[in-house]
Design a protein around this ligand. Structure first.
Ligand SMILES: O=C(O)[C@H](O)CO
Length: 351
């Protein structure tokens, strides 16, 4: 249950899947469209601010594109989630009033930054508030993959559990291992901090440049991309999806990795070439993969990756705790309001 002082019931429902703020009648206030039912803390902030009139797509399903294009017309601000493409077409539909786009996500690959910049539209996002939650899930996924937990519970439930056997369901342990981090930021550091007590021998990282301040926090050594591939027993992908990182985890990477290596991705599916990953997993080139993100999402149930025992797939839940999702919605609302007031946002993306 969401931790909230204000339930959606306190908002006025005017049509299926649409909720408006109390201030809608005061038509001089900036107009905002909220593209998804967001957790209550953010809604409370918008409503109690008295600074905006807002309308929300009151559903857990994405707003249809046609509806979205209609609804953003004339808006001063948009509060969106990662499933909405904020591109030239949408900005054109919104028109010249649009000043702020606030996304309830740390990732921003769904935003066309060039088009936003060209139009002088400011962008808010939600880093930091989800770091602990994402790091926690990444560690859980890494352990579930390396110790084959999903396979093991399946065996136990479906009669595969015979007598105790010497090498049945053996996996790989963290003690004395080398953990590689692809893209060292706040989340990479938080993952390493959580893994350290498991007696990891060495942390290494690679990035477009060295990050000494962050690296010092976890005593991580900077290595080249190839060396990270060659040395890592566990490789955690933590980089943002950009044109530079698109498909960066491909055959070139997997073919250099150790046979016992475990590949973990909780960033974006687009950084991985999934055909190459399938090949690497199915031929034993690497030992296993844990994915919280895929392309597309949802990944169709007939996708070949689902047939592999050594591939654990989660439905993009890294930030899914009640506390974190509420904090993300509150930060997204505060970013939006600050942007509309023309003030610095708590977390603004520099364009
Ligand atoms: O970008 C984000 O915020 C995550 O992927 C979803 O929590």
């Amino acid at each position: 249950m969401w931790c909230s002082r204000t339930a959606l019931g306190r908002l006025r429902r005017i049509a299926p899947c649409t909720v408006t703020g109390f201030h809608r009648a005061m038509s001089t206030l900036p107009k905002v469209y909220v593209t998804r039912k967001v957790p209550p803390d953010g809604l409370d902030i918008l409503r109690e601010s008295g600074q905006v009139q807002f309308e929300m797509w009151d559903s857990d399903e994405p707003v249809p594109r046609v509806e979205l294009l209609k609804k953003v017309k004339g808006c001063d601000g948009i509060l969106c989630v990662l499933t909405e493409k904020i591109d030239a077409q949408l900005l054109e539909a919104a028109g010249p009033n649009l000043k702020v786009v606030s996304t309830m996500s740390v990732g921003f690959d769904h935003l066309s930054l060039d088009d936003l910049k060209k139009r002088g539209i400011r962008v808010g996002y939600t880093p930091d508030v989800l770091t602990d939650c994402v790091a926690e899930l990444t560690v859980a996924l890494l352990l579930a993959t390396s110790r084959r937990l999903i396979e093991a519970t399946h065996e136990a439930k479906t009669g595969g559990w015979g007598t105790w056997r010497t090498s049945w369901l053996c996996g790989h342990e963290l003690a004395n291992s080398t953990v590689g981090i692809l893209g060292l930021g706040r989340i990479g550091v938080a993952i390493a901090e959580r893994l350290k007590p498991f007696k990891v021998k060495k942390f290494i990282y690679t990035d477009v440049e060295q990050r000494p301040e962050l690296a010092n926090m976890i005593e991580a050594e900077y290595v080249s991309f190839d060396d990270m591939a060659k040395q890592s027993d566990f490789l955690a992908v933590c980089c943002a999806l950009t044109p530079e990182t698109h498909g960066i985890c491909n055959w070139n990477l997997f073919s250099k990795m150790k046979k016992n290596a475990i590949f973990i991705n909780t960033s974006r599916g687009g950084v991985v070439n999934q055909e190459d990953l399938y090949e690497a997993l199915s031929t034993g080139l690497i030992a296993g993969a844990g994915l919280d993100v895929t392309t597309p999402e949802p990944l169709p149930t007939h996708h070949p990756l689902f047939t592999l025992k050594n591939c654990a797939i989660l439905p993009h839940i890294a930030s899914a705790s009640y506390t974190t999702r509420n904090a993300m919605s509150a930060l997204a609302a505060n970013n939006l309001l600050a942007g509309l007031r023309g003030e610095p946002m708590p977390k603004e993306l520099k364009l």
